[in-house]
Every structure is written in C-alpha cells, then in structure tokens.
Design a protein around this ligand. Sequence first.
Ligand SMILES: Nc1nc2c(ncn2[C@@H]2O[C@H](COP(=O)(O)O[C@H]3[C@@H](O)[C@H](n4cnc5c(=O)[nH]c(N)nc54)O[C@@H]3COP(=O)(O)O)[C@@H](O)[C@H]2O)c(=O)[nH]1
Length: 650
Amino acid sequence: MPAESLIHPDDLPMARDALARYLADTDSRYQIQLRVTDGQAGWVWMRVRGRVVERDGQGAVLRIAGTSLNITGTRAAERDRKIAAEVLRSMSEAVAVIDADFCFVSVNPAFQRMTGYSESDVAGLNADLLDSDQHDAAFHAHIRAQAARTGEWSGELWQRRKDGEEFFAAVELRTVHDADLGTRLHVVVLNDITQHKRTEQELRYLANFDTLTSLPNRSLLSERLSRAIIRAQREDKRIAVLFLDLDRFKDVNDSLGHAAGDRILRATATRLQQTVGAHQTVARLGGDEFTIVIEDLEHTHDAERIAREIITAFEAPLLLEDRREITISPSIGISLYPDHSQVPTELLKQADTAMYQAKAAGRRTFMRYDDNMDVAVRQRATLSSALRKVLDRGELRLVFQPRLSLATSRVTGVEALLRWSSPEHGDIPPNDFIPLAEESGLILEIGEWVLREACLVLGRWRQHGLDALTVSVNVSVLQLLRGDFPDVVRRVLADTGIPPGLLELELTESVLMANAEQTAAKLHAFRQLGVALAIDDFGTGYSSLAYLKRLPITTIKIDKAFVDGLPNDTEDAAITSTVIAMGHSLGLNVVAEGVETEAQMRFLAGRGCDEIQGFWVAQPLDALQCLAFIRNWRPDTPARPAPVRVATLP
Ligand SMILES: Nc1nc2c(ncn2[C@@H]2O[C@H](COP(=O)(O)O[C@H]3[C@@H](O)[C@H](n4cnc5c(=O)[nH]c(N)nc54)O[C@@H]3COP(=O)(O)O)[C@@H](O)[C@H]2O)c(=O)[nH]1
C-alpha cells in the first residue's frame, strides 16, 4: 500500500474506504486501482492488492503485505477499446470486420439496420452473401483481389439486404493487422446512398428529359445531335434534322383545355416515335415543337420520305388517354448535315426556319431548308410588323365576288374577300398576310372588321333594292375557337340591320374536321341566330359524310381544284358529281368555286349544281363595280356578257 502522500487526492477517499471495509471484514480481499505519483511530475495507475499477514492476540491487523502493479498502459488500451466499441456501436455507417477469407468476424448495430443481418446471422459466413446480381461475378472477384493485394478498396456498388432488396452502397475497405490474432482483418464501412443515387438519377433525368412526354429535351437533343455529327463525320454519312410543330395546337389547347393539350402532346410523342422507329432520336423542345434526328441517311430524299410518312401517320386520329380522338396535323422543316451546316445549333435553326415556311405554305406539309428562306423569314417579320398598323392606317378593303344560281341565272349573293394595299409593300395577297394575322392573333380584330364592313356594304346595296342578296364572309379558325364570336356576329348584325339569313359564314373543311367537337357548339349557336354556314374548299380535307350530317351546315363549296379539270378529267368529273349528289342527299346547297369556263359551267349545271362562283361570272370587284355588275346582270341574256375584269389585284 503506497503512502497516502503519494496517492492522488481524488483517489484517496476511495483507497481509505476500501481499506476500512477490508479491515472490517466487509470485503474479503483488498484490491484497488488508484493513481500514485511517480515522484516526478506525472501520475501512474497502479493496481494494488494486499492481504493481512500479521494480527495481534485480539485479532487486530498488524501488517498487510501485497503487490502494486503499474497498469497505466493496460488502462489506456482498455479505455481506447471501450471508446472504439462505443464509436462502432453509435456509428450510422455499417461496419463489418471480415477476415482474410472474407468471412464475417463482427458487425456493428448499423450493419444490422442497413442489411437486416445481425452479428449472429453472419458470424463466420462469407461476405458474398451481400453481393447483388447487378454486378457480375468478375466485378466482385476484382474487388476482393484488389483488397487482398493492396489492403484497400473504395467505390460504389449494389448490395443485397437480408430481405432480398437491393441498395446502393458507398464502400470503404481497409486492411488492418490484428496483433492478438496474428492475422489480417478487413474493416469494411458501408454507407447506404440509394436515396442519394435516386435523387441524382432524378436530377439527371430532369436535366435531360421532358417530363410530360418522357422524350429527350433540348439539352439531350443537342448532345445527341453533336455526337451524331461526330459519327457522321467519321463514317462520311448524312443526318437530317426534322423540326415539327403541330398546326393550330394553341387553339386546340385553348379551347379543349390544357389537360387535353397535354394528352395530345403525349400521343404525338408516341405517334412520332412509332413512325420513325425507336432507334432515332425524337425530342420535345417545348410547347408543341418536336425535333427528330435521323442518322445514317443514304440520300437526302430519304428525309423527305420520312417527313411524308409522319404527315400521313397523323392523318389517323390520335387516340388520347381519355379515349377521345383528335386529328391534328404537323408542319415539318428539314435541314441536312453536312449540306446545310455542320453545327448543331445552326441545323436546328435552319430546320425551324423551314418549318415556318411549311406553315406559310398552308400547313400539313414539309419543307427542306434553303438559304432563300432566311430572306423569306425576314420578309415575313417585316410584313408582320406592318400588319399591326393596317386597321389604324385604313389599308384594308373588301372586294366582292358574285355567286350565280344555275337554276335561275340570277346573282344570289357575293363573297367578301379581303385586300391589303400597303404603301410600303404594295398589294399583298391574302394567302400571304392572313396566316401572319392568324399567327399574331390580329385576325380577331381584322376578322371583325371584315364582318362589319361586309354587312355595311350589303346594307347600302339593300337600299338599292338588292334585298335578297346574301354576303359570305370567310372565318378563320382562330375567330371560331377563340373568344365570343357568336356574340360578335350578333352585335354586328344588330348594328348594321342585316337580317341574319342574309349572312353566310365560310369555314374551311380542315378547320371544321380538326376541331370538330369544339366547333360544333359554336356552329349551333350561329344556326340559332339564323346565320347560314358553308364549308369552304370542300374535298381538300377529310370530312366523312357521317360527320357532315352531324354539323348544322347549310352549304358546301366545292374547291376550285376539282372544278379545274372539268369537264374532261374523269376523276374531277366523278368527284364533283358525287359531291353534288351527296350534298343534295343531305339537303345542302352546293356551290362550285373557281369556275372559269362555259364548259365547266355547263357540266356543273348538268349535274344539278345549285350555284357557281368564279372568273367566268366575275372576278372579285370593289363594292361599286360589284353593285353595277349585279344591277346590270340580265338573267335572260341569251349570251353571257364578257366577264368583268379589274385592273388591280382581283
Ligand atoms: N379568314 C379570311 N380569309 C380570307 C379573307 N379574304 C380572303 N381570304 C382567304 O384568302 C385566300 C385567298 O383569297 P383570294 O386571293 O381572295 O382568292 C379568292 C378568289 O379571288 C379566288 N378565285 C375566285 N374565283 C376564281 C377563279 O375562277 N379562278 C381563280 N384562279 N381564282 C379564283 O379564290 C379565292 C376564293 O377563296 P375561297 O374563300 O376559298 O372561296 C382564300 O382562301 C380566302 O378564303 C377574309 O376576309 N378572311
């Protein structure tokens, strides 16, 4: 027993107490651990053991003998072991100690939480029970070989839990030498990073794919196009970039609602991928714009063939997820590597430009890029901005083309046709500026002006006694789908005093068919007003007889394209005869457009066509000329007077 002066003051009470208890026979042996000064600066831990070696006659202790052992080193090692065990126990990372044969020696609680295996489950078993099938045997063998050779391995790999579920783990393996066992042990630390990996994958997906259609987005498209160009350069191949935009998608979206719009976009994505095949890149750039990259082109006309196939594929209605069917057509622009550019962004821009030209050419078609298109695009932009000022500057006017009844030889009505005479750009044909007005939405304002002006002119003519004359006004799809067009018509009729039965609205066949459901309601509203409804350009769309029957149409106007070949072209003759018969069977009035010759007129009269319109009767005339024409017209004139021509744009 060391002298009390040498014992650490904190340990002295415990040492005294232990001695007292031993002497009182409470404890059978005397054994304590305490700090004792070594006489220098520090303290050493001693294990002190003692026992009574001499007593007096009354049994009182006279002498205790014992041993003191310096245990400073052992206590430090013990403390380190305890700390290490506690650290292992409380770690969130799973730790497994495995032997040189890769069999488990011990695992910590986090290992059990992560893998489902407790220490007793795995003790002595090979660590390959965690191997997942996501990696092949060679991969696992490689890790073990490296661990055995270098004493370390770190990386990420799939592991399998006790319940079979797989998890993605970040693994650190270090080999340590166990002096006690005289062997090498591998300490393996595992971190479950499955969630992290999923988030990373989701972020990568979001950065590269369009969430609505699951197609590659603009960023992945650019990457793929760049890679395709490198491949094509190496293999001396061609690439086509097809830029596709759905015709009038905005109107459909606005009228059917955005949920339906989303369904259309998804169905479009599927139709496109099915048409071009899974190996070609179909991407969505946003809105209703899609891009297709066709690799390994043999000939440039292969790109056009594919564009044609896409347009044909869209002739069949898209079946939406809610089982609704909708027909929508695409316009496609094509650019080619290396013919047009070798730069991805340029190719995309050129295909986009060509797509706009396809739209301008009447939609539902494709165009191959050429350098002149850039000039055309600039011209369109200039015209577009000039168009914004037409109404304020009074640059618009109407011309009127008479319509003749074949039964009575009387002029029954006129079609109002819009003209734009710009001081800067000259006379611009409606086929050039109406699509621009539709794109910008200006057609709503312009269309209302046309309607009001046509009714005002008819009102003036009625004062000259032409009180049975009708006026037809062309209506753009945008007017029909957007806003309150039936209210606009009602208001204009009320303001101008025109009886509703004298107004006819002309709608093109493709407009009616592509937006059948939404337009039907509006058409019924017009019919309730008493306004007549004509299908313009009949035969150029895809309307079915059954469908026509369901629409409250009053007139069919046979497109000029079918009249042109009359009377000799057998196909045109058959088509016009059928349309006339079909129209009559549905109780409709049939008008033939673009009649230019007497022979055409006689053929149509022979087939019972009700009315004709065209240069043979008269070109479109300004209001005064037209009034004069109608008033001078003699139904009983045996020989028709020479057709009226105007010097300016018809
Ligand atoms: N939404 C609106 N569209 C309009 C309006 N005004 C015209 N248009 C549409 O523009 C297209 C071109 O029209 P236009 O250049 O006026 O041509 C018309 C006639 O001039 C022409 N026509 C008539 N008869 C003959 C003929 O015998 N030969 C011949 N070569 N051309 C002829 O046809 C056009 C008539 O078109 P349609 O409407 O189909 O009856 C045209 O699509 C117009 O609809 C407007 O105010 N709003």
